[in-house]
Design a protein around this ligand. Structure first.
Ligand code: ADP
Ligand code: ZN
Length: 207
């Protein structure tokens, strides 16, 4: 783990869905609790998949639970004065203010751990994740397993009715009828992605 001479820094855990970001975040939270640090965990209210997943019980019987938040401001509102570690999951869903909040916390001596997927289903930037990665002292980018070829997966494949979702579908879908797969660059499909742009590398065709 990173050790500054003074407390306070930012760690980002990025990667596609199923790459183990939440597992890694919880591992770090559990170890911070073992080290008797005061920990608070937040996650976007947009993700309700894993109720209870974040419960980490400490030696003195207190249980650390993830607090659902709608925006980055709520982190500051919910922050307790003695908190030493702040962990945030699904950071890609938060507003751009999360960058200033993470920096302010780290400047003030808090260890900030943020997990999130840095690219959306189009393989384009997701929320403030790129800025958070730039602000961080430490970045880990995890891979899942491509469900098509078995290689390291670095892309979120969105499927609607079993078919790859086109480029112009919304970044965040409401209603949840879509499904996601982890895929590698080569197996990832985004129909209509380069429409009207022509081939970037015409000579590469057929390689
Ligand atoms: P994330 O937070 O990055 O979405 P999680 O920590 O929730 O990831 O889940 C990681 C777990 O998902 C793995 O330990 C594994 O058991 C499971 N899993 C399911 N599909 C895959 C996949 N295609 N590649 C890797 N792990 C997968
Ligand atoms: Zn693949």
């Amino acid at each position: 783990m990173f050790h500054g001479t003074k407390p306070g820094w930012i760690e980002v855990i990025s990667g596609v869905m199923f790459s183990g970001k939440s597992e890694e975040l919880i591992r770090r939270v559990r170890r911070a609790v073992i080290a008797r640090k005061k920990v608070q965990v937040f996650k976007s209210h947009l993700d309700e998949r894993y109720a209870g997943l974040y419960s980490v019980s400490s030696h003195d019987g207190t249980i650390v639970e993830a607090e659902p938040i709608k925006d980055s401001r709520e982190i500051l509102e919910h922050l307790r004065p003695d908190t030493e570690v702040v962990a945030v999951d699904e950071a890609q869903f938060l507003d751009p203010g999360i960058v200033a909040v993470a920096n302010a916390l780290a400047d003030g001596g808090v260890r900030v751990i943020l997990a999130g997927t840095d690219t959306d289903f189009r393989a384009e930037r997701f929320g403030a994740m790129p800025e958070l990665m730039a602000a961080a002292e430490i970045v880990d980018k995890l891979q899942a397993i491509c469900v098509v070829c078995g290689g390291p997966a670095t892309r979120n494949q969105r499927l609607v009715n079993g078919k790859p979702a086109p480029y112009d579908s919304p970044q965040i879908m409401v209603g949840g009828r879509e499904a996601y797969e982890a895929r590698c660059r080569h197996c990832h499909q985004v129909p209509r992605k380069n429409e009207g742009q022509g081939e970037l590398l015409p000579d590469a065709a057929g390689r």
